[in-house]
Design a protein around this ligand. Sequence first.
Ligand code: SF4
Length: 445
Amino acid sequence: MALTGLQIQKLLPKTNCKECGSNTCLAFAMKLAAKKAELSECPYASEEAKQVLGAASEPPVKTIELGPKKNLKIGGETVLYRHEKTFVNQTALAINLNDTDSMESIDTAFAAIASYSLYRVGETLTLDLIALTQKGKDPRHFSNLAKRIWEKASKPLILRSCDLASTRQAAEAVKGSGSILSAATLESAKELLPIAQECGHALAITAENLDELVLLVEKLKTKGFNDLILQLQTHSPAEQFQTNSVARRAALKDSCKALGYPFLHFIENPDLLASTSEAILEINKYGSIVVLPGFNPAQLASLLTLRLNIYTDPQKPIQVEPKVYAIGDPTPNSPIFVTTNFSLTYFVVSGEIENSGISAWLVVPECEGMSVLTAWAAGKFNGTVISKFVKEIGLAEKVQRRELVIPGYVAQISGELEENLPGWKVLVGPQEAADLESFIKTRLS
Ligand code: SF4
């Protein structure tokens, strides 16, 4: 929980020596509370102050880092609702494979998983992990499969097994992969904990209810292990929704540290509609890792797109790089369109130009990711801004055509733009991108 300036001041030496750059310890405490200073700037801070302030600055949901380079992060959340601030680490998606599946079907699924990617608004989206569930009884087969998948995919695994010997063998086979062992219970935690510690894996833990889960977390924390992931047991989507919400609220609002860990959820129902709605629930309500029962590219496209929307910072619009884009294979005489660098605007406009079947240039100045009318109202998309950008990128040297098509919504800037770009003609395009195709056919051909 965040400390106030007065609470922080009580932890400082109160000598007002000014060595931190503030006139008093209170002024420095206020800066710390506002996160405008670091405690290390006070050379006389006590160990107690370092401990208390260090704990207070940790997010209420612990960040767990997975993968060999620890670059897959889950958890770290600080708010219940996206509009309060932003969600930090997006829900990781995984596909489950069973050790009882034929080698041929595992290889087929595996190849599809490894090569899958989806391009959306300038980002390439892929799967994050692969889960391997032991349904058979052969520890060696389970660990061999884990090793094979890890070596081929280089993605962290979720090793799900009820058998201790199998878990140990598989965990050792993928040592250093930063995977997850699923799942320790009150009974098995004692044996699983040293395996996770020795092999550098995170430990998923599970219990029948939240009270038992809290007990288990506290038990493991006393052993100094903190790379924990909560695998909540629920029996219906309604219970899943309720349990996730109760646990996350307890962590964020009631400072219940034992529930302040990321959540892992396996979807068992193979029905496409049911598994999709369960995954949607998890992406919206606090799932940190969702394991899908099988590989379906249509389902993944929907879920990855939803995830992109939920985990985009609403305060920072998605932007494309300001530059001149080639659509198709344009020549120096191809038409030149202008729009803003708000991703959605860029992709809609470029898509409509592509659909019209022509090649063209698309000039996209820096507009702080705003749409056309918003950018115009904010003074970020006007004759001065566009003409300055056209000169900076040397457009006149790239093309022979001297005609810019601007969006119909900003027809009023055409005069200013022509004044700032002598020798250029400005054509007012349609207001809606959907009308670009007919505009191109009637006005540019
Ligand atoms: Fe107070 Fe430390 Fe700053 Fe000195 S350096 S004024 S003791 S906070």
